[in-house]
Design a binder for this molecule. Structure first.
Ligand code: SF4
Length: 185
């Protein structure tokens, strides 16, 4: 994918910021989408394909979608990427459909307050998969759990911190960058 830069209202201090095409935004969302889909499959497999498993999977899927909307409603309005094509995952130009622009200085506070809402998405499939695995070991479920963990805890943070967030003007104050990148070394 070609990198596009164009000066517009999204420039910071006269410096043009990167613009993302819809295809690039989709690529940047892939690890999150894969996490939600894999998590749903783990819930179905963990419950042995029962109705309870399917209901849990649908609820988890709905939670994954609602989590994205939550971020667009409660975090993105305070981001410098709000209403621009410079948000790596595209939330920044969907967010204005829900909310008006907020104060950029509140970004850090809003991020810390609302990110915990989506954190359980990373752990629900692990718990829902490990418990039945202990009770009744199956290789496919183990493989699913390993792939889920690699995607959710390695690939997804790496894509965020080494790619999109690396170019963010808020990276010095962003809690995600502060805690994730420094821990990653
Ligand atoms: S960079 Fe993050 S906070 Fe900013 S608009 Fe995009 S998703 Fe929202």
């Amino acid at each position: 994918m070609a990198k596009q830069t164009a000066p517009d209202s999204n420039s910071q201090g006269g410096e043009a910021m990167r613009q993302y095409s819809p295809a690039q935004e989709l690529i940047n969302n892939t690890a999150y989408i894969v996490m939600i889909l894999l998590g749903s499959v783990i819930l179905i497999a963990g419950y042995g394909g029962s109705a309870g498993g399917w209901i849990s999977a649908i609820a988890y899927l709905a939670y994954g979608i609602a989590g994205s909307v939550w971020i667009m409603v409660f975090v993105c309005p305070y981001c410098r990427y709000f209403k621009t094509r410079s948000c790596p995952c595209g939330y920044g130009h969907i967010s204005p459909l829900f909310r008006a622009k907020g104060t950029v200085e509140c970004f850090n506070e809003k991020f810390k307050k609302h990110i915990p809402v989506i954190i359980p998405l990373w752990f629900i499939p692990i718990v829902a998969g490990v418990v039945p695995l202990i009770r009744n070991f199956t290789l496919p479920l183990l493989v699913l759990l390993i792939i889920f963990a690699i995607n959710a805890f390695v690939i997804l943070p790496l894509v965020s911190t080494k790619h999109g967030c690396k170019e963010c003007p808020q990276k010095d104050t962003c809690p995600w960058m502060k805690y994730t990148i420094k821990q990653a070394g």
